[in-house]
Design a binder for this molecule. Structure first.
Ligand code: SAH
Ligand code: SF4
Length: 451
């Protein structure tokens, strides 16, 4: 989502004459778009600001000036504390107000011109009642072959470990029309893959203005799949509780919906899931996976896990390992529980010692790595549709993505970038696959191949 938000910030600033550059050195403005989900992510911001301070000084010494802004959820959570701890910061802007960047910049500029306000940054971390999406200009920065579109933001679930409901705020779904317009624009600019984003994307319930109906994610996906030129649709991140019939049916019926689903479970222990306020048990999750696989037999799964949640016993952790063995994942993210100030879990007794967390994480990751390696090995000898996204590491090579998001390398002409082509997988590296084009390639003037 931060990739999407960053592109939208660039859209907002473009009319002021700003354009994106590759590196912060010498830039007129640097925006750090930040994540607050775990302590490590948040701490990185301050160390990065140290580096930017030197760049800002160098720019001033050469007679110029650099505006330093911090955006995203660290900005939202820290607010004024941010400029106190890091006076290099001129602007603090939350995820709900970045459409106001031009106005905030003008205020910062006025302060600077008046010689006032060293260490007194401009802060805007409101939760406005109207959605930023209604104020953002049409996207002008294209994301390439594959485009992220935010369809839902925020969360009302309040898992006890998580900061999202506090930083991203209450659940909000964008109206259908806005999303369709954004998808059509992305396709017109060359995108063939659309990834629908939300902290709780399958809680989506957007208004379709013409009919006045409320659409769920399944309905939205079926509609977007009808846009000519859309070859692939994905969505992330979903919550097991919001996986409704219509969405499961979309997995069965809609070939363009990729058979790869990120479905976080966090833990395999019912006791821990209850303490996390996940509102589902391990059995519910197993049954859901069975229903999804019955709908789409080639569906591969990815997940998120937290080890060392307060009170997690060895038996609880074993239940997580057992769930992983039963489900079998193609890929997964796993984290040590990180205390987030203000969340209910941060105040729970029985915090798990770091050494125990380390040990559990290592065990879990070894199992997940082995499953991922086995999943990748299984692709050898198969033919997979690959969406080529750009040049590969070696001359003459392109890189693309399989339906399961594995990077795939193959010798192929550059004109195949942005098309889906069948590739016979010949070898498997730890993090990628390699193969050769399986079918005759389309002529240069062919528009696009849709697998
Ligand atoms: N809405 C999604 C998750 C969004 S947060 C869901 O409900 O599944 C992304 C991931 O960060 C979570 O799935 C979780 O595994 C991890 N995470 C969130 N808070 C965390 C914390 N305090 N410590 C460790 N990991 C955390
Ligand atoms: Fe955080 Fe996801 Fe739980 Fe919402 S559902 S509180 S985003 S982990």
């Amino acid at each position: 989502m931060n990739v999407y938000d960053s592109a939208r910030m660039a859209d907002v600033l473009a009319p002021l004459g700003y354009r994106l550059v590759d590196a912060p050195d010498g830039a007129d403005m640097v925006i750090l778009n930040t994540c607050h989900i775990r302590e490590k992510a948040a701490e990185k911001v301050y160390s990065e600001l140290g580096r930017i301070k030197a760049l800002k000084r160098a720019k001033a010494e050469s007679g110029g000036s650099m505006v330093v802004a911090v955006a995203g959820c660290v900005a939202q959570a820290e607010g004024e504390a941010m400029t106190e701890r890091a006076p290099v910061v001129d602007l603090v802007v939350g995820p709900h107000t970045y459409h106001r960047l031009p106005e905030l910049l003008a205020r910062a500029e006025r302060r600077r011109a008046a010689g006032d306000g060293r260490g007194r940054g401009i802060i805007d971390i409101d939760f406005p009642s109207d959605a930023k999406f209604d104020h953002l200009p049409a996207p002008t920065h294209t994301q390439g072959v594959s485009t992220f579109i935010s369809v839902q933001e925020g969360c009302d679930k309040f898992c006890t470990f998580c900061v999202v409901p506090y930083t991203r705020g209450a659940e909000y779904s964008r109206p259908v029309g806005q999303i369709v317009a954004e998808a059509e624009r992305a396709v017109a600019a060359g995108s063939v893959e659309i990834t629908l984003l939300g902290q709780n994307v399958n809680a989506y319930h957007g208004i379709e203005t013409k009919s006045g109906e409320t659409w769920g994610l399944g309905r939205l996906i079926r509609h977007l799949a009808e846009i000519a030129g859309v070859a692939r649709i994905r969505y992330t991140t979903s919550h097991p509780r919001d996986m409704d019939e219509e969405l499961i049916a979309a997995h069965r019926d809609e070939a363009r919906l990729m058979p790869f689903l990120h479905l976080p479970v966090q833990s395999g222990s019912d006791r821990i899931l209850a303490a996390m306020n996940r509102q589902h048990g391990a059995g519910d999750y197993r049954r859901l996976v069975d229903r999804l696989r019955a709908a789409r037999s080639d569906l591969a799964l990815s997940s998120d896990f937290i080890v060392g949640f307060p009170g997690e016993s060895d038996a609880d952790f074993q239940a997580t390992l057992s769930l992983v063995r039963d489900v079998g994942y193609a890929q997964a993210f796993s984290f040590k529980y990180s205390v987030r100030p203000g969340t209910p879990a941060s105040m729970m007794e029985d915090q798990v010692p770091d050494a125990v967390k380390e040990d559990r994480l290592a065990q879990l990751q070894a199992l997940l790595r082995a499953q991922q390696a086995a999943f990748n090995r299984d692709q050898r000898g198969r033919t997979l549709p690959v969406l080529f996204t750009g040049p590969g590491r070696h001359a003459g090579q392109l890189v693309g993505r399989s339906p399961y998001l594995q990077p795939v390398h193959a010798i192929a002409p550059a004109r195949l970038i942005g098309t889906v082509v069948e590739v016979a997988i010949e070898s498997v590296q730890p993090n990628s696959l390699a193969g050769r084009l399986a079918a005759p390639t389309p002529a240069a003037n062919d528009e696009r191949v849709v697998a």
